[in-house]
Design a protein around this ligand. Structure first.
Ligand SMILES: Cc1cc2nc3c(=O)[nH]c(=O)nc-3n(C[C@H](O)[C@H](O)[C@H](O)COP(=O)(O)OP(=O)(O)OC[C@H]3O[C@@H](n4cnc5c(N)ncnc54)[C@H](O)[C@@H]3O)c2cc1C
Length: 547
């Protein structure tokens, strides 16, 4: 288990915002000097009671392998203090970070499950809506801490720039008011900053990162170091805390402003991604027993159900990557590498998740609309609204690309191969700014996750850490024949083409007589691949002097 830290991450100083082309609205105010005065006022009514321990849940809506919850319940049991939990609904912040309505719905559904699991531990969950009280997240945590007479506030850290600023501000306010803070790392198997080169620098190449990561995890048995199971709360809450929890116990099931989800989509998402920790673990077990062995070959075939579909659960913290690695290792005879090819490949993908989080912490510019490779920032990307609309609506005339985008628009989830193909198509075929696509994905994905999404987009655009070389440009037609040989995936998502057979399913415009093609009601390709490829290579070489 990671030791609690009463100070902010040393290797992760809070970066400052700088003006950038496509801006994410910022909703978390600067800490400013108001902290101590405001906090002193907030806490002036603290009485001599024994107080409570408060656990602030964020992207960690689970009971198992939750270091903050375990530490809070253990410390509370030792000191005979009751434990109480908090979750903040912050629509402004969520919208500011481009959260998709389908992801917000997933969060709320999981929040309801968490409430039940906490109730089984005799822990009340307070839900505060930030919009209601005119305070920001940090001030609201402080207000709740005061109301429930919290002596220590526990949470698991988040790595995004705004979230780190918010947590730092919260810590400052609480400490100024005499409330202790204990925060933990739960998002990665290895703490960011702990997987370094011999020179003590962060890795910029995945395979090297991976080998050091494996060495450290295996040597220190990090994958097996779970926090103890949380202890049930056995101490009665003070009357004021009970009254406060009674007044703020409703888990919203729907959000109105900006994050509404239409009923059909909500229903489909609920069927495809049911909420809850048990569901996440059942998926993991099912994947490891039934599918993982063939993962290396099936993972690139979107028509087959060859991947774990765990990403929404990992992104919202319903399950942890440590739990995934630990279970995969058991299934693979304790081998990170070798053993069953499918299992070691899957372990490697989960390590990519750690890698991108480490990059986010070490190079925070990537979360501020900046390219990882600064020399690529001169690329004169286009901002063609029509081309972007055709891409986002699945009307590019390339069936495989369109199938991917329509899967995303319908389910809020897209197969990894299609994420790569559609992203590369946007950046390298349409020559549009990859940040437009990154934002579109975030606004539609149920598993939207800044580190993975940004890492994936920059990988495809050729601007990122250890990314695809600039000259690697997927041909959407050969990707289609290779990864969807029978065309079943295309038929599912592009119904206009459902009756086509043979090569025509991949390239109806090129394969069918014109009259037959026109009857389909399907668009001709919006860009010629060869032309697009030459345009990208020429523009990239011109813009990037240091190739
Ligand atoms: C352009 C682009 C955008 C992406 N956006 C996101 C995103 O917003 N959220 C997200 O979780 N993943 C994202 N990914 C990574 C990957 O596509 C998804 O994690 C994966 O498709 C989820 O399906 P799964 O859970 O069945 O994955 P599996 O293949 O079963 O993999 C298991 C887990 O490993 C992690 N993982 C797998 N592949 C990657 C990868 N390439 N990079 C980082 N972690 C990985 C994920 O947490 C995944 O759930 C993106 C990839 C690209 C190319």
């Amino acid at each position: 288990m990671t030791a609690p830290s009463l100070i902010a991450l040393k290797r992760a100083p809070s970066p400052t915002n700088d003006g950038t082309a496509v801006k994410r609205p910022r909703t978390v105010a600067a800490v400013a000097g108001l902290a101590s005065a405001a906090a002193a006022a907030l806490f002036s009514s603290l009485g001599p009671a024994a107080g409570t321990s408060l656990v602030w849940f964020k992207a960690d809506l689970r009971i198992k392998d939750n270091p903050a919850l375990s530490a809070a319940t253990a410390a509370a049991a030792a000191t005979s203090r009751p434990v109480i939990a908090l979750f903040l609904v912050n629509v402004g912040e969520w919208l500011g970070h481009d959260m998709a309505p389908i992801r917000a719905d997933f969060l709320l559904r999981n929040l309801a499950c968490l409430k039940k699991s906490l109730a089984a531990l005799n822990i009340r969950l307070i839900v505060r809506n930030i919009e209601e009280n005119g305070l920001d997240s940090s001030e609201t945590v402080a207000e709740v801490a005061r109301a429930v007479d919290a002596r220590t506030v526990y949470w698991n850290r988040e790595f995004e720039v705004d979230e780190r600023k918010r947590d730092k501000k919260t810590e400052t306010i609480l400490k100024a008011a005499g409330v202790e803070v204990a925060h933990f790392q739960d998002q990665c198997v290895m703490d960011p900053g702990s997987v370094l080169t011999k020179e003590g620098k962060p890795y910029k190449v995945f395979t090297k990162f991976k080998y050091t990561w494996i060495t450290l995890v295996v040597r220190n048995r990090v994958h097996a170091q779970f926090p103890p199971a949380p202890v049930a709360n056995s101490v009665e809450l003070p009357a004021a805390a009970t009254a406060y929890a009674d007044a703020h116990s409703d888990c919203p099931t729907k959000l109105d402003t900006g994050l509404q989800l239409d009923e059909a989509k909500a229903k489909a998402a609920r069927e495809m991604f049911p909420a809850g920790e048990d569901e996440a673990h059942a998926r993991l077990t099912h994947f490891l027993t039934d599918k993982a062995r063939k993962y290396d070959s099936a993972r690139d075939l979107p028509a087959s159900d060859g991947t774990s579909s765990l990403s929404p659960y990992l992104s919202s913290g319903i399950i942890t990557s440590r739990q995934c690695i630990s279970a995969a290792l058991k299934a693979n005879n304790n081998k990170m590498e070798g053993g069953t090819e499918g299992l070691s490949k899957w372990i490697s993908e989960v390590i990519w998740r750690d890698f991108y989080r480490h990059i986010l912490v070490e190079f925070p510019r990537v979360s501020k609309n900046r390219a990882f490779k600064s020399e690529t920032e001169n690329i004169p990307w286009l901002y063609d609204d029509e081309a972007f609309a055709a891409w986002s609506e699945g009307r590019t005339g390339y069936p495989f690309v369109d199938a991917g985008m329509r899967q995303l628009n319908s389910l809020g989830w897209m197969h990894n191969r299609l994420r790569m193909v559609t992203a590369m198509f946007l950046a390298k075929n349409l020559f549009l700014d990859w940040k437009m696509g990154e934002r579109y994905f975030m606004r539609h994905l149920i598993d939207g996750d800044l580190a993975n999404n940004n890492g994936g987009w920059q990988w495809c655009a050729g601007t990122g850490v250890d990314c695809a070389p600039y000259f690697r440009i997927f041909n959407p037609l050969s990707q289609s024949t290779k990864c969807d040989p029978k065309g079943d995936y295309i038929r599912r998502w592009v119904p206009e083409l459902a009756k086509l057979k043979g090569k025509a399913i991949h390239d109806p415009y090129g394969e069918l007589p014109k009259a037959e093609f026109l009857k389909l009601g399907y668009p001709a390709p919006i860009v010629d691949h060869k032309f697009a490829r030459d345009r990208f290579l020429t523009a990239f070489k011109l813009a990037v002097k240091k190739l």
